[in-house]
Design a protein around this ligand. Sequence first.
Ligand code: PLP
Length: 389
Amino acid sequence: MENKNFETQAIRAQLGRSENNEHSVPVYLTSSFVFDSAEEMRAAFNDESDDYIYSRYSNPNVNEFVNKVCLMEGAEAGVAMASGMAAIYTTFMSILKSGDHLVSCSSVFGATHAIFTKYFPKLNISHSYFNVKHPGEIEKLIKPETRFIYLETPTNPAIELIDLEYVAAIAKRKNILLIVDNCFATPYIQQPIKYGADLVIHSATKYMDGQGRVLGGIVVGKKELIHEIYLYGRLTGPSLSAFNAWTLSKSLETLAIRMDRHCENALFVAEALEKNAAFENVSYPFLKSHPHYNIAKKQMKLGGGIITVTVKGGYEAACKFMDKLKMVKISPNLGDSRSIATHPASSTHCKLSEEERLAVGITPGLIRVSIGLENKEDILNDILNALNK
Ligand SMILES: *Cc1c(COP(=O)(O)O)cnc(C)c1O
């Protein structure tokens, strides 16, 4: 496409019209596709054409979604999956073999942590964690059998940041891959490939959908790597449905405008709460008080839609505060148009020991708030009212 501007591509990078001349792309709910001749079907199966064969392999709506995310992330190729975890797991399985090792930041998504600690030992795949507070540790953890560095920035739920350029330089020097879960930032705010990442993964369930409706996942990056991930996915079956791909592709049309508002609202709420004595701490990448403010300004266009607050009084005070929220709902999701509060210590990270939680910044009073698209004064007032009662 000639026009390279993000918002324009998000809207105009769409499938060609069908014979019906529709303006908005329809949903291609079909499990398989037909061929005009046995020869055409033979060619498709032998990778001599890119004709659609079967929706576990590829589907027009899925392709449109993938192409759009590739343009947004500046990636050569991509492959979509049924969920963020399907994208993460399929990526790992296509790269790793028995005896391999990986280096990851310790504050990864809970299910990713479970893959590393519960299932990979069975396959003789080992991992070493580094704390995002000490990126200097990374290089020392790399062994001859290390295949990649894996990280999330901003991290979940503590909203800490890692300098992508710094880590990409280490990966390059050591001749290993850098894989980034870019879910919290979205490609509108941060493009890890620009800094040297080889693969970028998203749970499309979050901001890409943005309205808490469908599950989806995607991985984009280097063509040769994507091809292997695609083959593994097409054989093992975690394919994204046409309907979910259609929903996600439509949602991407409004990603930029939604993220602008998520970020505006989040900064407004974070700045207001920072002045409130009821909180021990308020964290948001674009607050000057954030310990990684300089990294945020360097690699993020805006601060994102997630803030964390730590209420004084620990676990009980946090739960009491959550219970008094009226509009902001208690839920594990994030990146929704509706504001959501989560208490990680009692829910998403309850399987970790207290010590493990503290190491990744999850104190008993920490609450993650995914700031939605409601009026920003209404969001702030709901939070303030929950403190005052
Ligand atoms: C939600 C999430 C995932 C998992 O995605 P699903 O779509 O729920 O499978 C992975 N990484 C991060 C950072 C997430 O927030």
